[in-house]
Design a protein around this ligand. Structure first.
Ligand code: NDP
Length: 398
């Protein structure tokens, strides 16, 4: 029925290709393109072995719009799933507009020389996508992505008003390396070392990086963990779309070992994103660091434990205060067995596939640029249970 072009053959791209291949009735043809063809071919071989399906592979420099346009015209997909890096969002959106193809991604655009997490650049494409009758779905990963859909589900089925939102992301897994990041190290470290920010009473409040923490007792035996307040991009769209919100925060767990390594790397200047001269060459320290750290796509084999990501929401239902929690638990080893990847890539690649499936089957339609919470959460919530990310909801008695 539909041909998709997936761009980016990293951890998330790998999961998404495997998951699309499991649904042949929707994804009749799958093309995977990235900078390095060998990575695309390795994913295609794994999919062939697991599902018997053939994936077409190709190369592209996704920073280059004419190359992207040629690639899209060559393969003629209905939808491009962008799983490269946030730096490529705008070039891929430009190419989609030029070729008349729908667009989906999992992370908002970031300028390469500034760790800014804002939707303003992509929201500025609203009119252009509308005029072309095309849909761009932004942030169809887990956070952003499923967390936005959890909020839309809570608003639709559990609350009349939502007052407080805490998105809490716990990775209780262990990959056995002294230091590694579970998704692209450059993007991860830019995010973690940025100032924290949360929304309260109509304004953004900025905090020093990782300066604010709480203990949260995670369900199903994961137990209490220290969580750090961070800024995360879905806060911006949720604050815009969830009417009546008084406070919105995002939290993530980090081990002491991770934080100690990060502190040292920061202190010695290895997390800098500006250019330094080395032997007459321009080098960005964080980009160099990425090259010597373990590849996230290679962590799957050795990662054990589970992730637990969810939304704790407080508000009003039928005139009464309500305290509600919705979460997913994902097991690293189970994910690896199914699609040769750890749970952090799994929890991102599966929602990318589901968002694409809903667009291709006409369950989610629209013209313009959309964040996940603007669409009907019901079909997405149903597909999460079917495709590997089941959710649980709890209402706490006050
Ligand atoms: P990886 O670094 O593992 O993979 C990125 C892939 O993109 C690589 O295959 C890389 O190719 C390719 N790529 C990078 N630059 C270009 C380019 N100019 N042209 C073509 N291909 C390019 O990252 P992840 O898979 O971990 O992350 C993918 C995306 O998912 C990121 O945007 C990340 O922010 C997002 N993400 C979202 C999450 C969510 O919950 N919403 C959670 C985790 C990640 P090569 O290897 O050849 O360099």
């Amino acid at each position: 029925m539909s041909k998709v072009l997936i761009i980016g053959a990293g951890g998330v791209g790998g999961v998404c290709v495997h998951k699309c291949a499991q649904v042949p009735e929707v994804f009749t043809e799958i093309v995977l393109a990235s900078r390095t063809i060998e990575k695309c071919d390795a994913i295609a071989a794994s999919v062939k072995e697991r599902t018997g399906r053939d994936i077409v592979t190709d190369t592209v420099d996704a920073d280059n719009v004419p190359e992207l346009v040629d690639l899209i015209n060559k393969h003629k997909p209905v939808l491009v799933i962008n799983l490269a890096l946030p730096y490529q969002d705008l070039t891929i959106m430009d190419a989609c507009l030029e070729t008349g193809v729908h667009y989906l991604d999992t992370a908002n655009y970031e300028p390469i020389d500034e760790a800014k997490f804002e939707y303003k650049w992509q929201w500025a494409y609203q009119e252009r996508f509308k005029e072309k009758g095309l849909m761009a779905l932004l942030g169809s990963g887990f956070d952003p992505g499923v967390t936005n859909v959890f909020c839309a589900h809570a608003m639709k089925h559990h609350f009349d008003e939502i007052h407080q939102l805490d998105i809490i992301d716990c990775n209780a897994g262990d990959h056995g390396h002294p230091f590694a990041t579970n998704f692209n190290p450059e993007i991860n470290i830019r995010e973690v070392t940025a100032n924290g920010r949360y929304w309260e009473h109509g304004e953004w409040i900025e905090t020093d990086p990782l300066s604010f923490s709480m203990n949260y007792d995670f369900p199903e035996g994961i137990g209490p963990k220290k969580c750090f307040l961070m800024y995360h991009e879905e806060l911006e769209s949720l604050v815009k779309h969830l009417k009546g919100l008084k406070r919105a925060r995002f939290w993530m767990t980090f081990s002491d070992q991770y934080l100690n390594h990060l502190k040292v790397l920061e202190n010695v200047g290895m997390t800098r994103i500006d250019t330094v001269k080395y032997n007459g060459q321009d080098i960005v320290p964080l980009k160099f660091l990425k090259e010597v750290l373990p590849e996230p796509a290679g962590l799957g084999e050795r990662t054990k434990g589970r992730t637990c990501i969810g939304c704790r929401i407080k508000g009003i239902k039928d005139g009464e205060p309500k305290d509600y929690y919705i979460y997913n638990i994902c097991d690293h080893e189970e994910a690896f067995k199914e699609v040769a990847s750890q749970a952090v890539s799994y929890t991102t690649g599966v929602p990318a596939m589901i968002g694409a499936m809903l667009m291709l089957t006409g369950k989610w339609t629209g013209e313009g640029v959309f964040n996940m919470e603007e669409l009907d959460p019901d079909p997405f919530m149903e597909k999460l249970n079917i495709h590997g990310l089941p959710w649980t909801e709890v209402t706490f008695k006050n």
